[in-house]
Design a protein around this ligand. Structure first.
Ligand code: N01
Length: 532
């Protein structure tokens, strides 16, 4: 079959793919976005579990590149729910008339660089072939689900679901005994909804996590208008803050304050809710003393909230707060005061297998009608590796990255041996440590400018130099090693999946600094790259 010709192929129609399509089309390029789902949304298309919300304040969780577009959409609540985010992304798709250039229900199976034609050849599960000068991944950091290989999953006679692949129709938990495995953001968010219907709800918990209060509420007309009036400030946060979002902060270390003042501040943050708990003292991720102050504050809250002392202690997290993603929940700890909600720590009582009527642990079997796997994702690299990408001389990313976590990139955007291939929010970029739309806009703008440079200079390819990759990898590692992050086993390091090689693959120096580095590289005629 003849390959269909485009200037660029973009994988995924989430925030990243949609904006990339818009930018390149404005530049006059022909673009095809290839998307496995039958609609736009990316992770927000799939993660339809009850309670699914974004933990960035909604007024920041959108595109800001166009003031006009920003002011056409009002969020209903402080935190946007999954259906509303999906509605927003459909709204953007229609406003920008993106749909005609997106091919749905099509999965990229393989992409390889042809050194003779200097183009990418892309094959899909629809048996189509595409050929393009540029190949761009917008697959996201958290889109390949992880179901641990428990024995016996197929023998279970009840219903089973993964939070990241939820059915489109409502799942009714009324009168049912439900087991949730996993208490990351997804598990915490969905439990609070399932508890309202289920007869019994049991959390099987491997690691206790820190859960801050969300304090979600509807946005009043006035608050919505404030967001519009504050557009320049919101836009500014995308450029000038480490996380691409304004969060309440003292701007100082906890150790500069008395114990009374620390408590007052943290109580205030707890009451106002949200991710600010992880930002109120900016050194929380690097200074063990500050970290202890904030961690202990949450442990004390857990003791205050949960009536049963033993359950409270079992829920005490003991890693450095923020080195795993801070979770935002609503009355999560309060839930354990309800009689039908049970906690089963797996530390000394691990899951042995799934059986036909429940989950068998070392010491007991928890009988249930429904199992919810809230077990997360093959984060950061899983979805990229699944694309089966081959660069020059047929080299795969798997080969380049060892078992998959010895990540080598330049700026988290590009790789040696993979000319004209770009990763939006790839590993070794700030990505998941930021408000994602902020990181996505920065990456897409940079890629778009870079492609503009190639086109206007009559060039064929751009490719990262090996030395630039080595230097970038060292810079990422040095910054990470000066923080508390690498001390904790988390999906940031790949440690959430048994048997996976570990590696911390995020640039932790902040989106603001990262942006400056990327801009300097571009201003210096793409320092660290080679052109053909
Ligand atoms: O996944 P997770 P998630 N046996 O990896 C447990 C984003 N997100 O889907 O901690 C038993 O955080 C695992 O245990 P442990 C957000 O960035 C955002 O909840 O590894 N348990 C953990 O408890 C988030 O951080 C929103 O010991 C096993 C849980 O499963 C990211 O997605 C909403 C296990 C997995 O937690 C991932 O969140 C939802 C095993 N073999 C998600 N394997 C927003 O609000 C894993 N677990 C934007």
């Amino acid at each position: 079959m003849e390959a269909k010709q485009y200037d660029a192929i973009v994988v995924g129609a989430g925030f990243a793919g949609l904006y990339m399509l818009h930018k390149l089309r404005e530049r006059g390029l022909s673009v095809r976005v290839i998307e496995a789902a039958d609609g736009v949304g990316g992770v927000w298309y799939w993660s339809r579990y009850p309670g699914a919300k974004c933990d960035s304040d909604s007024i920041f969780y959108n595109f800001t590149f166009s003031e006009e577009l920003y002011k056409k959409w009002s969020w209903k609540d402080r935190y946007a729910s999954q259906p509303e985010i999906l509605e927003y992304l459909n709204f953007v798709t229609d406003e920008l008339d993106l749909r005609p250039d997106i091919q749905f229900k099509t999965r990229v199976m393989e992409a390889s660089f042809n050194d003779e034609t200097k183009s990418w050849e892309v094959k899909t599960d629809t048996d189509e072939k595409f050929e393009a000068k540029y190949f761009i991944s917008g697959v996201g950091c958290l889109s390949t689900t992880n179901i641990p290989p428990f024995k016996g999953v197929d023998t279970f006679r009840g219903e089973k679901y993964h939070t990241g692949r939820w059915p489109h129709s409502k799942v009714d938990f009324t009168g049912k005994r439900v087991v949730v495995i996993g208490n990351g953001s997804s598990g915490v968010q969905t439990m609070q909804e399932i508890a309202k219907e289920a007869k019994e709800l049991t959390l099987l918990m491997r690691t206790p996590h820190y859960v801050a209060e969300a304090r979600n509420h509807p946005l009043s007309k006035e608050q919505q208008e404030d967001a519009f009036n504050n557009y320049p400030k919101i836009r500014d946060a995308f450029f000038t803050t480490p996380g691409g979002i304004h969060l309440s902060t003292t701007g100082k270390s906890a150790i500069e304050f008395s114990a009374e003042k620390q408590k007052e501040t943290l109580d205030h943050v707890w009451k106002t809710g949200g991710l600010a708990l992880g930002a109120v003292y900016p050194d929380v991720g690097v200074n063990k003393e500050t970290n202890f102050v904030v961690s202990q504050f949450v442990r004390n809250k857990i003791d205050e909230i949960i009536k049963d002392e033993h359950t409270a202690k079992q829920l005490h997290p003991d890693y450095y707060i923020t080195t795993k993603r801070l979770i935002i929940g609503t009355n999560f700890y309060e839930m354990f005061n309800e009689e039908h909600v049970h906690l089963v720590p797996l530390k000394d009582n691990p899951i042995e297998c799934v059986v036909e009527n429940g989950v068998k642990l070392r010491n007991e079997t928890i009988e249930c009608d429904v199992i919810v796997f809230a077990t997360g994702y093959e984060a950061m690299t899983g979805s990229l590796l699944k694309l089966n990408i081959q660069g020059r001389n047929g080299q795969t990313i798997q080969e380049k990255w060892g078992e998959g976590r010895e990540v080598k990139t330049y700026l988290g955007l590009t790789m040696e041996n993979f000319p004209n291939f770009f990763m939006i929010t790839g590993p070794q970029s700030p990505s998941v440590l930021t408000n994602m739309p902020s990181a996505i806009e920065q990456h897409v703008d940079w890629i778009d400018q870079c492609i503009g440079y190639i086109e206007s200079n009559g060039l064929q390819t751009i490719e990262a130099q090996r030395q630039a990759e080595i230097t970038w990898g060292k810079q990422c590692d040095d910054i990470a090693n000066s923080t508390l992050f690498p001390h904790t086993n988390s999906w940031y390091t790949g440690a959430n999946i048994d048997g996976t090689q570990r590696g911390f693959v995020i640039y932790v120096g902040g989106l603001d600094n990262y942006r400056k580095i990327c801009d300097e590289v571009a201003a210096n005629q793409y320092d660290g790259f080679e052109f053909e």
